[in-house]
Write a protein that binds this ligand. Structure first.
Ligand SMILES: O=C(O)[C@H](CS(=O)(=O)O)OP(=O)(O)O
Length: 224
């Protein structure tokens, strides 16, 4: 759907809760200097041996020869490093959104920081849910609903925003329990990702907002 939608002049909040954007928020909040999101494995491999760490997954598993996979714990405290990252859905969604006035990266981990940032702006906002292989994903929709809820009733919502907010409100007391039925959680089972799941649904652990500038994501801290 995104290719039909005009993002020019808008702020795109790209979200891939499991797990790409949760990794990016974590890495930039804990000392990484920049994250370069690339869509293809070959693009990431082109950086091998040139300084940055290369990170990513296909089918949820770390790629052969890569330094890091797609667990936020691997991306934590890589102080001063640059990370080139490719994932099935998240990094592609970021690059697909590049024509927006501004691209920022959302996760439950920085939800309130994203809210504060958007309140300080005048542009229309599009939450770009990375989904899974162009299909709907529950966790990204829940983030969209949580953000819509946090922004409050002064904002004009489209049907998707209204539906996301209604879903979020119906499960907000038991998101992890609800997510046990979701396809991404089933896909990740067997990959030792239980710890990642719990972490990716923690709210407001960080105040860092990754912002896309000239092909790289850099940390913007809301209190700076
Ligand atoms: O590693 C992840 O959680 C997923 C893997 S898959 O798309 O479910 O195979 O990648 P992401 O691009 O972070 O959604």
């Amino acid at each position: 759907m995104l290719p039909l939608f005009d993002l020019k002049g808008k702020i795109a909040v790209v979200v891939d809760i499991l797990r790409a954007t949760s990794c990016m928020v974590t890495s930039l909040a804990t000392g990484v200097e920049k994250v370069i999101p690339v869509s293809k494995v070959e693009e990431a491999l082109a950086y091998q041996g040139r300084g940055p760490l290369i990170a990513g997954e296909r089918g949820g598993a770390k790629l052969q020869g890569f330094d890091l996979g797609n667990s936020p714990f691997e991306h934590m405290n890589q102080v001063g490093k640059a990370i080139v990252m490719t994932t099935t859905n998240g990094t592609r969604a970021i690059n697909d959104a590049a024509e927006a006035e501004e691209v920022i990266i959302g996760a439950f981990l920085n939800l309130s920081a994203i809210k504060e940032y958007l309140i300080s702006k005048t542009e229309d906002v599009v939450v770009v849910c990375a989904g899974w292989k162009n299909l709907y994903s529950m966790e990204d929709t829940l983030f969209a609903g949580a953000l819509v809820d946090a922004l409050g009733s002064d904002w004009e919502m489209d049907d998707a925003a209204l539906a996301a907010s209604t879903l979020y409100r119906s499960v907000e007391g038991n998101i992890l329990g609800f997510m046990q039925q979701a396809s991404h959680v089933k896909r990740l089972s067997g990959l030792n990702a239980e710890k990642d799941l719990a972490f990716c649904f923690e709210h407001d652990k960080f105040e860092t907002i990754p912002i896309l500038r000239e092909g790289g994501l850099y940390a913007h801290n809301t209190r700076n």
